[in-house]
Design a protein around this ligand. Structure first.
Ligand code: ASP
Ligand code: MG
Length: 406
C-alpha cells in the first residue's frame, strides 16, 4: 500500500473549522494509502508562547522554552485526531518523542539524529492515521527539544524518510512554489517541478514556502516533496532531483526571488594588507551575523573600500561591532544603509549559459534600475538594488524570462 506523510502548517490548522477541513482532506487521502500527518501549532501559537515566556522572565532557560513551545503542536495533534475520528477515520496522535524522534541536546535549535518509528508503523498497520506533533523531539535523556522556527517541515520530511513513505506533502496557504512572490506579482505561476538544488537557492534568496533544512533532508535521501495548498485542489510543486525528463527542454530560469531584510555596510579606506578581511569578518561570524555578498574594490594608494550585506534585522548589532573593528583595521570610516533589496534569478539552466547574465542586466537597465552589487553561483545571479524598485525589478526579470507562460 502507498504510504504518504502530509504536513499541515500553522495557517492550515488555525481554527476548529480549518481543523475539520484538514480532517476531510486527510480522510480522503487515507482511503487509498497509509497516512502519517505532521502538524504545526495553531495559527500564531508559537509566537504567543514566546511572548508569554518573556512576560515572566527576561532570559528564559532554553530547556524550559522547549517544554513550553512544544506544547503548541501537542495541542494540534490530538485535536486533529479527534476531528478525524469524528469524520469516521481511525486516528491516533503522538508527540515527537513518542514517534521516536531523537535529537541533539541543542535546545531551540536541535537537530534530528535518529528516528525509531516503530510505534508509528505499528499504528499504521493497525489501520490508523497517525498524527504526529511537528517541530519537536527528545534527547537521549528524554528532555524535550524543538527544531528551530519552522521546524515542522523538517519533522515531516525526516519522518517520511524514516517510515519509507513514497512522498512527503507539505500543505500550506499558497498553491505551490511560484515563479516569483505572488503577493508582489499577480502574474507569477506555480512551478510544476523543481530540483532540490534550485529550491534551496530560491529559499536562500528569500522564497519562504518550505524550510531549507527539510529540502536538504529530501535531497540527501531522495525523498520527493510536494508543496501544495490546503485550501485548493491545485497539484502544487514537486521537488525532486531532476526537474524535466527531457534534458534539452530545460527551462533556463526557474524563478525570481527577492529579499528585503538586507542592509549594506561599507568600510572605507581599509589598508590593503593580509589579515584585514579576517579581522572584519571573524567578529561578525562569532556573533552569528550572516554576511552575504562581499565586494572589495580595486585598491588605490594601498587602501580599498569593502562593502558587504547583512540582514537588516542584524544591522544594529553589526554596527556596534564594526565601530571597534573599523578602528582596529585603521579604516577611515564606515557607512551603513538599509534602503536596499536583493533580487535573484535562479535556475540550473544558468550553468554554462553566459547569455543569461546579459539578459538580466539588460532587463534591469531597460527598467532604469541601478545595480549596486552582484554575486553569482552556477545556478543563481543576485543583484543588490534600491529597495523602492523591488517590484519593478522582479516584474522586469519575470517578463524577460517569460515566466508568466511556463
Ligand atoms: N510552530 C513552530 C513555528 O511556528 C514550528 C512550525 O510551525 O513549523 O516556528
Ligand atoms: Mg508556524
Amino acid at each position: 500500500m502507498t504510504r504518504v506523510v502530509q504536513k499541515y502548517g500553522g495557517t492550515s490548522v488555525a481554527s476548529p473549522a480549518r481543523l475539520r477541513r484538514v480532517a476531510r482532506r486527510v480522510r480522503d487521502a487515507a482511503a487509498g494509502a497509509q497516512v502519517v500527518v505532521v502538524v504545526s501549532a495553531m495559527g500564531e501559537t508559537t509566537d504567543e508562547l514566546i511572548a508569554l515566556a518573556h512576560s515572566v522572565s527576561t532570559d528564559p532557560p532554553s530547556r524550559e522554552m522547549d517544554m513550553l513551545l512544544s506544547s503548541g503542536e501537542i495541542i494540534t495533534a490530538p485535536l486533529l485526531a479527534m476531528a478525524l475520528e469524528a469524520a469516521g477515520t481511525r486516528a491516533v496522535s503522538l508527540t515527537g518523542p513518542q514517534a521516536g524522534i531523537r535529537t541533539s541536546r541543542a535546545h531551540r535549535t536541535a537537530r534530528i539524529v535518529d528516528i525509531v518509528p516503530q510505534r508509528v508503523l505499528d499504528e499504521l498497520d493497525a489501520g490508523k492515521v497517525v498524527v504526529v506533533a511537528g517541530f519537536q523531539g527528545a534527547t537521549e535523556e528524554l528532555d524535550i527539544t524543538t527544531l528551530g522556527r519552522g521546524g515542522s517541515d523538517t519533522s515531516a520530511v525526516a519522518l517520511a524518510v524514516a517510515v519509507r513513505a513514497q512522498r512527503c506533502e507539505i500543505f500550506t496557504d499558497v498553491s505551490g512554489v511560484h515563479t516569483a512572490d505572488p503577493r508582489l506579482l499577480p502574474e507569477a505561476r506555480v512551478i510544476p517541478v523543481i530540483t532540490y538544488e534550485e529550491m534551496l537557492e530560491l529559499a536562500a534568496a528569500g522564497a519562504r514556502v518550505i524550510h531549507p533544512r527539510a529540502v536538504e533532508i529530501g535531497e540527501a535521501y531522495g525523498m520527493e516533496i510536494r508543496v501544495r495548498s490546503t485550501f485548493d485542489e491545485h497539484p502544487g510543486t514537486t521537488i525532486r532531483s531532476v526537474a524535466n525528463a527531457n534534458m534539452e527542454e530545460r527551462q533556463k530560469v526557474r524563478g525570481i526571488a527577492h529579499e528585503t531584510d538586507v542592509a549594506k555596510v561599507t568600510l572605507l579606506g581599509v589598508p590593503d594588507s593580509p589579515g584585514v578581511a579576517a579581522s572584519i569578518f571573524g567578529p561578525l561570524a562569532d556573533e552569528h551575523i550572516a554576511v552575504d555578498i562581499v565586494v572589495q574594490n580595486v585598491s588605490h594608494a594601498g587602501t580599498t573600500d569593502v562593502s558587504f550585506t547583512v540582514p537588516e534585522s542584524d544591522l544594529r548589532r553589526a554596527q556596534q561591532m564594526l565601530d571597534g573593528v573599523a578602528k582596529q583595521v585603521r579604516a577611515s570610516g564606515f557607512s551603513a544603509t538599509a534602503d536596499i533589496a536583493k533580487v535573484s534569478v535562479v535556475g540550473t539552466g544558468l550553468r554554462g549559459t553566459p547569455s543569461v547574465f546579459a539578459q538580466i542586466f539588460r532587463a534591469l537597465a531597460e527598467a532604469g534600475i541601478n545595480i549596486q552589487m552582484i554575486s553569482s553561483s552556477e545556478i543563481h545571479v543576485t543583484c543588490i538594488i534600491d529597495r523602492a524598485r523591488v517590484r519593478d525589478a522582479v516584474r522586469a526579470l519575470h517578463a524577460a524570462f517569460e515566466l508568466e507562460s511556463i
